[in-house]
Write a protein that binds this ligand. Structure first.
Ligand SMILES: Cc1cc2nc3c(=O)[nH]c(=O)nc-3n(C[C@H](O)[C@H](O)[C@H](O)COP(=O)(O)O)c2cc1C
Length: 202
């Protein structure tokens, strides 16, 4: 395995291309995403990582919707409809922006939390587990040389969007993971000091 700041692009498929700590220390969100999207093998590796999310009670309180190709246009129309229903006076420029949002990457993964009744696992823990699954997807994307960013915007909280996308009454959108090849604009790592966030408790 290679140690370094970027995955070895010469390797392909779902082979691990960064060592684990480099990946955890260096992953950044990448908004500038271009074609091609992930291969089927890369997608499989993303979802295998998602299923390793910590999960109290083994409830598997998540599922994932892949939105690629023309489905992105369809989702854009839904974003537009929801935007219009929430704000009937919205200017056309805003509605167009809504419609184009899913076109910002070749592939989107909608992360859905599936809330279940459980005496020991409250909804908050299930939501955290879905968030961990989302983060595992981001990490697996970065490890494979892809770029990815988690976006929610105003749309995720809108029950109207969830209904239109076929979510059940116990399900909510946790976010859309935009995934693709890295474009030319890669953001720098923003350095943070662990000492600003960590202290001993006694
Ligand atoms: C739950 C959640 C929702 C987010 N929603 C958005 C969003 O709608 N738009 C956006 O630009 N960034 C959003 N972000 C932030 C980006 O995903 C990303 O974390 C941020 O740009 C910082 O980049 P970094 O991950 O490289 O530190 C969201 C992050 C989280 C955890």
């Amino acid at each position: 395995m290679m140690r370094g700041s970027s995955p070895d692009q010469s390797k392909s498929g779902n082979e691990v291309v960064m060592d684990a700590l480099s990946l955890l220390h260096e992953r950044v969100s990448i908004a500038n995403l271009v074609e091609p999207g992930p291969t089927p093998e890369q997608m499989d590796a993303l979802f295998k990582a998602a299923l390793r999310a910590p999960d109290h009670g083994a409830l598997r309180p998540w599922r994932f919707l892949v939105i690629e190709g023309e489905a992105r246009q369809k989702l854009g129309k839904l974003f537009r409809q929801v935007g219009q229903q929430l704000n009937p006076d919205a200017p056309e420029a805003f509605l167009e922006k809504c419609e184009k949002m899913p076109l910002r990457a070749p592939c989107l993964v909608a992360v859905v939390v599936r809330y279940q009744e459980h005496p020991k696992v409250p909804q908050q823990e299930q939501l955290l587990s879905a968030g961990a699954a989302a983060q595992n997807i981001l990490l697996a994307a970065y490890a494979q040389g892809l770029g990815a960013i988690w976006r929610t915007g105003w749309v995720c909280d809108e029950p109207l969007l969830g209904e239109s996308m076929g979510l059940a009454a116990n399900e909510r959108l946790v976010g859309f993971l935009y995934i693709g090849s890295r474009g030319p604009i890669t953001p720098p790592l923003r350095p943070l000091a662990t000492s600003d966030f960590v202290s001993n408790w006694s």
